[in-house]
Design a protein around this ligand. Structure first.
Ligand code: MN
Length: 231
């Protein structure tokens, strides 16, 4: 049996200091996982169950690239996030077991067409056009969990053209990494290759052509993005 045509190969993410790359399976994202960001979006952060949205793997964009200003939006935002890479199958695992399936971490941007997301939200419609679009899942090279250590006091920041816009600590996550993995594994058979964007701190804002974004987390390789003119 043959296919009518070839699809592009799956995107993959480099690992610091290694030749083999991490092929991307699915991309899960958590909404409103820092209290100050939930408030800036007009919600209270009351530990209701976490909720998720997804991006397709074709949304992956590698750190260091220049992308056109995204189409269909007049209000595209950056969101700087800790990205978790899953390295082991997991289904219905406990919080205590959850860290054993983490392969590593990366810095990433959850790019968001905020105007489309907010309009969809207000009409009770899905967020897909606001969240899942080309170059919307920006990611830096991964660092293995053994080299990074425990998630906690690391600072997470984003600068836009050198100006500090987001500044928080990973301990500010409402739902911790093991809590998120345990919860997500109740709904999906998590598998090697899956990525989880863990939510953004306060300070999100619009991008413009010519912008340079740099996102950093202590102990990880920074993620960088240059915004070009619209196509
Ligand atoms: Mn986000």
């Amino acid at each position: 049996m043959s296919n009518l045509f070839q699809l592009p190969p799956r995107p993959s993410v480099p690992l610091e200091g290694e030749e083999a790359r991490f092929p991307v399976g699915r991309i899960f994202c958590v909404a409103r996982n820092y209290e100050a960001h939930a408030r800036e979006m007009g919600f209270s952060a009351d530990r209701d169950a976490p909720f998720y949205f997804t991006k397709t793997p074709s949304a992956i964009c590698h750190s260091g690239e220049t992308i056109p200003y995204p189409p269909g939006t007049a209000n595209c935002h950056y969101e700087m996030e800790l990205v978790v890479a899953i390295g082991t199958p997991a289904f219905g695992i406990s919080v205590a077991q959850a860290m054993s399936v983490v392969l590593g971490y990366a810095c990433g941007f959850d790019m968001t067409r905020r105007d489309l997301q907010n309009a969809a939200r207000d009409q009770g419609r899905p967020w897909d056009t606001g969240k899942d679009f080309e170059n919307a899942a920006v990611i830096a090279p991964l660092t293995r969990v053994e080299a990074f250590g425990a998630v906690g006091d690391q600072r997470i920041t984003l600068t836009q053209n050198g100006e500090l816009k987001q500044d928080a600590h990973l301990r500010d996550l409402i739902w911790s990494v093991p809590e998120l993995i345990s919860d997500l594994s109740r709904y999906y058979h998590l598998a090697p290759g899956d990525l989880l964007y863990t939510g953004t701190p306060a300070g999100v804002g619009p991008i413009a052509p010519g912008d340079r974004l740099v996102g950093a987390i202590d102990g990880l390789t920074p993620v960088e993005l240059q915004i070009g003119p619209a196509e």
